[in-house]
Ligand binder design. Structure first.
Ligand SMILES: C[S@@+](CC[C@H](N)C(=O)[O-])C[C@H]1O[C@@H](n2cnc3c(N)ncnc32)[C@H](O)[C@@H]1O
Length: 250
């Protein structure tokens, strides 16, 4: 779903990847004995159903969770949030009545993230899905909390082709500015972008910058058809057991 409340093709690509990632993630988590609670957190959830009648990320997550039977020794919590009151009301209408492990809130994303992280203990696992329209609004201090957390996967989508051209001044879409600012905070700026010969080497540069910035392991997924490249950041030290997730995307 985009900011206008519609789901267009590039959003569909993002949603397909999210669905596939989530399903694979749950199957792997369900096999881990020492995992008791899984939190799927979406701080920029939108309405659940778009204005053009398509399922948004929140409904997709709910259905993915329901489609795989949860083992008795595990709980899956879906934490959804949207700051906009109207979107929140629609979200509740479309989601909440459907299960007591789904919670919807109406606050700033930073508050939602901090709340979700407060539930952590040594048996909890997190998957954060950060919408591309949202991650520029997550504060640096909140990112620091996310990056410090354990057993946490963090899924963001960066429109690298567009942002590469924007940083090199080949594209002037001002709507990319917040993303450029976000990358600047992460250590990638205009000067760096000009140094890279092509988008793929730019992606490698982003990976390096992120890795330097606290993140332990990071994977990227190419999605060339719609020119979106998905950046997947994995913060879990036990990632070797879960490489399967990434293999299934290559
Ligand atoms: C593009 S929509 C979300 C679409 C949804 N993730 C999907 O893919 O179906 C972005 C949402 O973020 C919400 N939003 C914007 N700024 C926010 C903030 N600071 N905190 C929480 N939600 C915010 C907007 O109200 C909007 O509904």
């Amino acid at each position: 779903m985009d900011v206008k409340g519609n789901i267009e093709n590039h959003s569909k690509a993002k949603l397909n990847i999210y669905k596939k990632y989530l399903e694979t993630y749950l199957l792997i988590m369900y096999k881990l004995d020492y995992c008791s609670d899984i939190f799927i957190v979406e701080p920029f959830a939108g309405k659940g159903i778009s204005d053009n009648g398509e399922e948004g990320s929140a409904v997709i997550a709910k259905k993915a969770i329901k489609s795989i039977s949860t083992p008795k020794n595990k709980n899956v919590h879906l934490i959804l949030n949207d700051i906009n009151e109207e979107s929140y009301k629609d979200l509740v209408k479309n989601l909440e009545h459907d299960g007591n492990r789904i919670s919807c809130s109406n606050k700033d994303a930073n508050g939602c993230i901090v709340y979700a992280l407060s539930k952590a203990n040594n048996k909890t696992y997190y998957l954060f899905f950060i919408d591309p329209w949202g991650y520029t609004q997550v504060k640096q201090e909140t990112y620091k909390k996310i990056f410090k957390a354990k057993r946490l996967d963090f899924l963001i989508f960066i429109p690298v082709n567009h942002i590469y051209r924007f940083l090199r001044k080949d594209d002037n879409s001002q709507q990319l500015k917040p993303i450029a600012n976000f990358l600047n905070d992460m250590g990638i700026n205009e000067k760096d972008a000009k140094k890279y010969q092509d988008v793929l080497s730019f992606v490698n540069g982003i990976k390096k910058a992120f890795t330097k910035k606290l993140i332990q392991n990071m994977f990227t997924i190419k999605y060339l058809k719609t020119q979106i490249i998905v950046m997947l950041i994995l913060l879990d030290k036990t990632y070797s057991r879960r490489r399967k997730i990434f293999r299934s995307f290559r």
